[in-house]
Write a protein that binds this ligand. Structure first.
Ligand SMILES: [Zn+2]
Length: 251
């Protein structure tokens, strides 16, 4: 059976419509008892926008996912660069790697960035048993923000995350920086152009997705320049953060 929420995710429709369509779809094809319990999960605020991660400021939030496999130091270097430009970003680290280098998350938070949960080993959660999905989220980085790998989540994953004190946080602009087609990552100019040309509505108060292992870190200086040239503000770096990230985001 097609999962109601993944269908909605694909459609990329806006939250109030999502809620209406979701309840309609749930009526048409009820989920098993365990999944329907999601309707009784601890409530996230009614107006919480998962694709904007609770960013209601109009400022742009840059996010960097996964891990820098060839050079662990890259995350802290990116963090230092962005802090130098007065920008707070969010890093969603894979904990299988991050737990072996606890200094990375510590440094990023000290630099004024948020560090979020991106599971233990980056699986497609909706393909796992309830128990396995819970273990993956529970063993992720401890944080109030949870980014499901591949953006693959449904009511069950959201309920599990909520029970662990975390809100789902996806994105409005996907740079597709991991997808070269020819075995190489898209270059800096391409990534910069993708952000520059992304729709204004997805940028104002939006969330931009890139990865630590691609050319995205190298594209950041140009991306920050372009966004500011286009009249956008970025989330302000106001100093040290903690795993508890309040909603709405202090962007
Ligand atoms: Zn990821």
């Amino acid at each position: 059976m097609l999962h109601a929420s993944s269908v909605l995710h694909t459609l990329r429709v806006r939250p109030p419509l999502v809620a209406a369509l979701a309840s309609m779809l749930l009526t048409l094809c009820p989920l098993p008892a365990s999944a329907s319990a999601a309707r009784h999960a601890p409530a996230v605020p009614r107006d919480y926008d998962r694709t904007r991660c609770g960013n209601t400021t109009g400022r742009v939030l840059l996010t960097l996912d996964d891990w820098s496999y060839d050079r662990v130091e890259r995350a802290a270097e990116v963090g230092a660069y962005l802090r130098g430009r007065g920008v707070r970003a969010a890093f969603f680290l894979i904990n299988e790697q991050a737990s072996q280098h606890p200094e990375v998350a510590r440094t990023l938070r000290r630099q004024g960035h948020w560090v979020g949960n991106h599971t233990w080993s980056h699986p497609h959660l909706t393909g796992l048993s309830e128990e396995a999905a819970r273990k993956e989220i529970d063993e992720g980085v401890k944080s109030s923000l949870f980014r499901p790998p591949y953006g693959d989540y449904g009511p069950r994953e959201e309920r599990i995350a909520a029970s662990l004190g975390a809100r789902v946080c996806t994105w409005t602009v996907d740079t597709l920086d991991w997808e070269g087609g020819d075995g190489r990552f898209p270059d800096v100019a391409t990534l910069r152009a993708r952000v520059r040309n992304a729709p204004a509505a997805d940028k104002r108060g939006g969330v931009i997705l890139g990865h630590l292992f691609s050319r995205f870190p190298d594209a950041l200086p140009g991306i920050v320049d372009d966004l500011r040239d286009q009249g956008y503000s970025l989330c302000r770096n106001t100093g040290r953060t903690t795993p508890v990230i309040k909603d709405p985001l202090r962007c």
